[in-house]
Design a protein around this ligand. Structure first.
Ligand SMILES: [Zn+2]
Length: 291
């Protein structure tokens, strides 16, 4: 749907605001889900120190932390800036998705997907586990969404718009990372990667297609992990073993996001191809198999 500049500007502002508010809910999921707590009960957030309920005007997404100087109004206990940063991150992701896809089905699908990547990443950072309620839900939900949108003629805006390519992407991505995990476990004599990463790539593969998933698993994921670990090592000067236990999930999520938006441009730039010439790659496997 074509939007005039005013409508587009309103859409961007609404996406940012919605992203911030949903980010606030994501913080609740990140904190409560691994502890087996309900996101509904207690309804309002409480200060972890004085147990006072935090009133709505002190619980505004992104800005309240700054207004209160990062402290509880009642007892003065310090709150982590991470809550605000998660809200800001989700707001910026929503803004960027709307900027790219406008008022389309793709925007709705990628909003949902990005929010799930944020929750999965931060739970993985805190607990080195990505809950099944994210990955298994996504593995069922996203192929189903692509099938429904494709068969009803609304999937054109998606990066991978053909349901066969989505299903193949999910199967390929999870199969490939399972193989890497299997080989890594033999090579290192211990579990090289969690099964959570396998399920995560099944979910992401449905939206990325097969070759972007390959790009994430073999290229962007490890490259981002090395970059962050390298920078952290230079800054902290801690022993390298300290970083061996760092979860891979957040890098797969970040790599998947980069791949979804820029894999085609990166590949064309890298191989010096004409713009748009990588468009047929998603369905390449069908021609190889003669489907
Ligand atoms: Zn307090």
């Amino acid at each position: 749907m074509e939007l005039n500049p005013l409508e587009f500007g309103f859409g961007l502002a609404a996406s940012f605001a919605a992203g911030a508010c949903i980010g606030s809910f994501l913080n609740v999921c990140i904190y409560r889900w691994p502890l087996g707590m309900s996101t509904n009960d207690p309804k309002r957030s409480r200060c972890f120190n004085c147990k006072q309920e935090i009133p709505w005007y002190d619980n505004l997404p992104i800005i309240s932390w700054f207004l209160l100087g990062g402290k509880c109004r009642q007892c003065g206990a310090s709150f982590s800036i991470r809550y605000s940063m998660v809200e800001l991150l989700n707001a910026l992701l929503f803004l960027h998705i709307f900027w790219t896809f406008g008022l389309t089905a793709a925007t709705a699908v990628y909003f949902l997907w990005a929010a799930m990547q944020v929750v999965g990443s931060f739970i993985d950072i805190d607990h080195t586990i990505i809950p099944d309620r994210i990955t298994l839900t996504g593995t069922i939900l996203f192929p189903l969404l692509v099938i429904v949108l494709n068969l009803s003629g609304h999937s054109e805006s998606l990066v991978v718009s053909d349901w066969r390519d989505a299903l193949f992407g999910a199967a390929f991505a999870s199969g490939f990372i399972y193989l890497i995990r299997f080989l890594g476990t033999i090579a290192f004599g211990r579990e090289a990667m969690g099964l959570g990463d396998v399920k995560l790539m099944a979910m992401n593969g449905a939206l990325l297609g097969w070759w972007r998933s390959l790009f994430v698993i073999m290229g962007l994921g490890p490259a981002l992990a090395l970059l962050v670990v390298g920078v952290a090592w230079v800054i902290s000067r801690k022993k390298m073993e300290k970083f061996a236990e760092i979860p891979f999930g957040p890098y797969l999520c970040l790599g998947s996001y980069v791949a979804l938006f820029w894999a085609n441009s990166i590949l064309e730039w890298w191989l010096g191809l004409d713009p748009g010439s990588t468009a047929h790659l998603d369905s390449l496997w069908r021609r190889v198999l003669g489907w």
